[in-house]
Design a protein around this ligand. Sequence first.
Ligand SMILES: [Zn+2]
Length: 282
Amino acid sequence: MKTMLITDFKSQEFQTNKMSIIDFHTHAFADALAPRAIAKLSQSANARAYHDGTVTGLLSSMDHAGIDCSLILSIATRPEQFEPILRWSEQIRSKRILPLASVHPDDPQALAHIRQVAEAGLPGIKLHPYYQNFRLDEGRMLPLYEVIQDCGLLLICHTGFDQAFPRDRRAEPKRIMRVLDQLPKLKFVATHLGAWCDWEEMRRHMLGRPIWMDLAFALEFMDATTSRALLMEHPAEYLLFGTDSPWADQTEAVGQLRRLGLARELEDMILGGNAARLLNIH
Ligand SMILES: [Zn+2]
């Protein structure tokens, strides 16, 4: 009888302390736009979509994978997309969906728009050097980064190469470091384990330094030994689980991370602990 009580207590305690899984890197589109966006993007990047690209599709993928919360990273590919993205982000945000807004570097109102994102209470801004046609360390970008930093917003930036574009080096690790050396307080999140398909350079310039990285669409490009080595060489509190859903299967991505057999504490930090701290959610 006594043993049973202890067991009950323990399982209850486990329930309440259950670590939330947060996917720091997903994409979704307004219902009316999703079919065309998915068709166009899957063709240009030669990528398979694992759900229909809507928020409903994402939520059912999250339910299946046991993911509690996802960040949706929208990209303004033209300056005038700022407003519709912000409006849609405010509509869809919930306990489980945290949308980031996006400003275009050519937007004459970019700085005011960044402040508007902070006032709206969204967690940050997503930028993409390929879809928005800039080099990460270009002089004209610094004022934007400064306002993002001053507003306390996250800057989640696509880094490394991109599957849909020719391989120029506009978002390479050296450029990332040039920006971060100038703006050490910027809450910058490099995507795709620091730099997509440029992991040798990432290892040279970024690994082991206090730089947030999401793991989206990265571990599937390397073997388990390499994944494990990279994750263990980086400061544990700077690693954020991410998938790039719908361009990856969230259930498979959780499984892939778990199969690495990392120490339980590190795995929990990656899957959600670090994200919750960075986003200030509990
Ligand atoms: Zn992405």
